[in-house]
Design a protein around this ligand. Structure first.
Ligand SMILES: NC(=O)CCC(=O)C(=O)O
Length: 262
């Protein structure tokens, strides 16, 4: 089965969720022809607030309600499934860096909060980590969603692929300074898990960091099918999901692994 994927590699306005929602809507309107036959659209990490974490009590999304209604409508109106990047979900006590995904009818198919907080960008001071898995089915394909720094934890990703995930979606605000890590880790996760990796990063800069783009679509053999540069880009690729089963049969790592000795 073929699926057409689109990644909206975009800049994010620091600390301004309303402007960022409008920016996504403007881009979707502009891209309506290209989006016509897209099956799954992917947004980047924290596309609403960016890393303006010290102001989350003012700008965070109360229980994620605004983003959920925005994303659900976006999916329904445009007839695509949507990996809604992640947003800052906030309540009286705390905030989480949370991904929502939707099917074409605008029905939520997963809520996943980033499990590993990235100290270098102060997440541990302002966010709580999630402790639930990120598994879901999208367009009939078992999949998982991960948020940026989660990519550095192969054991967490293996937990999901050993339970059947065939597509790994990674949403990110990954800095340009470590973009070689980003590329290598994404390709490694695809090879070692024999899965598609669809990775959507942001571009632009905030007061502390320059972000590196290079959103990528990688096949389960580790081949890069499509890759963006460092500018705002609508990256597309068509993937053949059956390739996962073929490769898992050719080199059966999920049968051959020996968890009892690890
Ligand atoms: N937003 C993030 O989690 C960034 C992770 C990162 O930069 C890394 O090197 O890991």
């Amino acid at each position: 089965m073929n699926l057409k994927i689109g990644c909206l590699q975009m800049d994010v306005t620091y600390g301004n969720p309303e402007e960022n929602r409008e920016s996504i809507q403007r881009k979707i309107n502009y891209l309506h022809k290209e989006l016509n036959n897209v099956d799954i659209l992917v947004l980047p990490e924290l596309w609403d607030t960016g890393y303006d974490l010290s102001r989350l009590s003012q700008i965070g999304d109360w229980e994620g309600r605004t983003a959920q209604s925005f994303l659900s409508k976006l999916a329904r109106q445009n007839d695509f499934s949507l990996i809604g990047g992640s947003i800052a979900k906030t309540n009286e006590q705390s905030s989480t860096n949370t991904m929502y995904a939707y099917n074409r009818n605008g029905v939520k198919i997963v809520e996943y909060s980033k499990a590993h907080l990235f100290q270098l960008m102060d997440e541990h001071h302002y966010l709580n980590s999630g402790d639930q898995k990120g598994s879901f089915e999208i367009e009939g394909v078992p999949s998982t969603g991960m948020i940026c720094y989660d990519l550095r934890f192969p054991e967490w990703i293996r937990t999901h692929t050993s339970e059947g995930a065939e597509i790994l979606f990674v949403v990110a605000q990954w800095p340009l300074a470590r973009i070689d890590h980003w590329r290598s880790l994404l390709i490694s996760r695809a090879i070692e898990n024999q899965c598609y990796v669809i990775a959507c990063n942001r571009v632009g800069e905030d007061p502390k960091t320059e972000f590196g783009g290079h959103s990528m679509v990688i096949n389960p053999w580790g081949g890069v099918i499509s890759e963006a540069g460092t500018e705002e880009t609508f990256l597309t690729a068509t993937i053949d999901v059956d390739e996962v089963k073929r490769i898992r049969k050719q080199i059966p790592i999920f049968q051959d692994r020996r968890p009892e000795i690890y």
